[in-house]
Write a protein that binds this ligand. Structure first.
Ligand SMILES: [Zn+2]
Ligand SMILES: [Zn+2]
Length: 242
């Protein structure tokens, strides 16, 4: 756990890698749309026309259920892709409203009511945190307090196998870009090297046959999580296993 390794960047390669990561987010969003949105939409609602971008299509359908544009999360640009935000008629535990979608992240805090769910707006504007002291993430040391507060208190969490903290770099918190499968990770040299350097702490992590199977199997009982420093674009990699 905790990839500290990494290699020096080359600017143009970096740009390409970021493009890959974002395309991946859109691909997952398309999958989400197929899996959950159709069944969750009320039958009397028009589904709207197909948009050219899957991500836009998902947002557009959620917008059709809500009066307000969905908030964006600076450190988590793809919450729809992970089903962290889902269409739902569940009432938000902070504003008491049913706004058409809900955040599925685990809400931590002694004062959080059992089974409480929050709408994206009440997380983004901090009202869920102010009301219940709720947090959604942990952050490693090294980031500015305001960045830590934004991720812990006003950014939804995503599903992981184990509990671990978001990585930091340049006194900021890494932007979460998703869970690259093996093929995509191999194409992201900096992230791939960071993972190899990290697992080399263990005997199995130096057995190249095992490592190849491990990378091939990413997305199953072992998952890699890709973050990117918002200041220098360094790829920050974390992983865990079931
Ligand atoms: Zn709310
Ligand atoms: Zn950085």
């Amino acid at each position: 756990m905790g990839g500290g390794g990494g290699v020096e960047r080359v600017g143009i390669v970096e740009t390409q890698k970021r493009g890959k990561a974002r395309r991946r987010v859109l691909c997952i969003a398309q999958g989400q749309q197929r899996r959950s949105l159709a069944g969750a939409l009320a039958p009397d609602r028009p589904l709207g026309t197909r948009a050219s971008s899957p991500g836009v299509a998902v947002c557009g359908r959620l917008h059709a259920l809500t009066d307000d544009p969905l908030p964006t999360f600076r450190y988590y640009p793809g919450p729809l892709a992970d089903q962290t935000i889902e269409p739902s008629q569940i009432e938000c535990a902070a504003c008491g409203r049913t706004r058409g979608c809900i955040v599925t992240s685990t809400a931590y805090g002694a004062d959080v009511p059992d089974d409480a769910r929050f709408c994206p707006w009440c997380i983004a504007d901090g009202s869920a945190h102010r009301l219940y002291g709720v947090t959604f993430n942990e952050v490693e040391a090294g980031a500015a307090p305001e960045a830590i507060a934004e991720v812990e208190q006003r950014t939804p969490g995503f599903v992981t196998w184990q509990d671990w903290a978001w990585p930091t770099h340049c006194e900021d918190v890494g932007v979460y870009l998703g869970q690259p499968p093996g093929e995509e990770l191999r194409a992201n040299r900096e992230a791939y090297d960071a993972l190899l350097a990290d697992i080399a702490q263990w005997d199995w992590g130096r057995d190249m046959d095992y490592v190849r199977d491990f990378i091939d199997g990413l997305g199953g009982s072992q998952v890699a999580y890709l973050f990117e420093c918002p200041r220098c674009s360094k790829q920050l990699l974390r992983w865990d296993i079931d």
